[in-house]
Every structure is written in structure tokens, then in C-alpha cells.
Design a protein around this ligand. Sequence first.
Ligand code: C5P
Length: 219
Amino acid sequence: KAYSAVLLAAGSGSRMAADRNKIFLTLADKAIFQYALDLFLSDSDCKQVILVGKTEEKAYFTDFLSDRVCFVVGGVERQDSVRHALAHVSEAAVMIHDGARPFVTLSELAALKAHNNAILAVPVKDTIKQVEVSGYISQTVPRDNLWGAQTPQFFETSLIQKVHQLAHSKAFLGTDDASLVEVFSEVPVTIVPGSYENIKITTPEDLIFGQAILDNRSK
Ligand code: C5P
């Protein structure tokens, strides 16, 4: 199934406390965002990659641009970055992916493509507490039906464009793209069970986990 990929790299990575945008940090001598970029380029169904970055970091991406890879300027929030990119999508389906998740695999892309609208997610492992402002626990949330959402998130382009426009016009900020489909449409989104290896590189210890995942894969 032909699709466009939106690869998000316009964050600031403040939780990494590094001196530059975390997606330019390297794991095994390769920038973090380049792992997913190479994966999408290795998938013949992926007809277009839209790299979303900050204006002031555009120069870092020039080496990666080609007839299949273009650059779009991101926005203040992740949701703004996605909306900007969606205006440039050429295909009828789109994979939206965090550049900060380097370990997604071809088989996971294939599993997503089997659906019209689907996201990767994993069952929540922790016991989840709901906490009052006082700091006291109000309840323990039953976790049997709780999943942690990941990316890629795969959608019909017309649907995800529509719900992003609605969210923008109503100043609704979701924490992922599927949440906008849930709020602004009746279209069901399928959960595709993913891998606990598909981590988002966020804080410094994630670089250690990331290196361990790479070492394990190269065994
Ligand atoms: O900050 P966080 O890790 O949750 O960001 C998730 C992804 O969204 C990252 O790949 C980041 O580069 C991207 N992002 C973006 N535009 C923003 C904020 C985040 O493209 N304004």
C-alpha cells in the first residue's frame, strides 16, 4: 500500500538536557532520526518522506533531501508540526512517526499497512496511579485494557487532514494523532501490538537503552 511518511524532528528535546536537538545525537555513529529515515526509504511502498524540522536547523537536513525526501518547517507544538507536514502529503495514506523513535521495524510498518487507520501500541506494564494535587493516591486504574501509544501512526490522508484542521480551529491539543481521530470523527482506529524496543529517545538514560537495543540486534 503506497503511503507518505511524516518524520518529526522539530522538537527541542529539553528533557535530554543536551546542547542540541536530541534527534541529531548519534547512536553507533548515526543520527537518531536517520534510523527511521533509512527504514522508510527501504520500504518501496513509501513514496515520499516529509522531514519536519526547525527553520534554524534546516541545514542539518540538506544532505538527506532527494526526489523522495523533502523538508517542511515545523511548529511550536508537535501537533502544529504534523499539521504543517500534512499539507504536503502526496499519497492517500500517511505514516506519522517521531524522529526520536529509531527502532521501528519493517514488519511493524507492514502490520500497520494492513489497516486503514492504526497505531502501534504496547500493553502498559506499570501499575498506574491516579494522584490528587495533594499528592495522595485517589485510585489505581485497572490496567487490563490500557495500552501505551507509540508511533508510527497510520491514517487515511483525507481523514487525518480533516481532524487536524478541526482540532486547530477548536484549539484542541491532543497528545498524539490518533486522539484527534477519536475526538473529531467516528472512524475506529486499530491497535497493532508493537514492541517494547520501539522506545522514544527522551531522557539521557534512553541513549543507554538505545545502545543496548542496537548491540542486541547486531548479535
Ligand atoms: O518531545 P517529544 O519527544 O515528545 O517529541 C516527539 C517527536 O515530535 C520528536 O521526534 C520531536 O522532534 C517532534 N516534535 C516536532 N515538533 C514539535 C515538538 C516535537 O516535530 N514542536
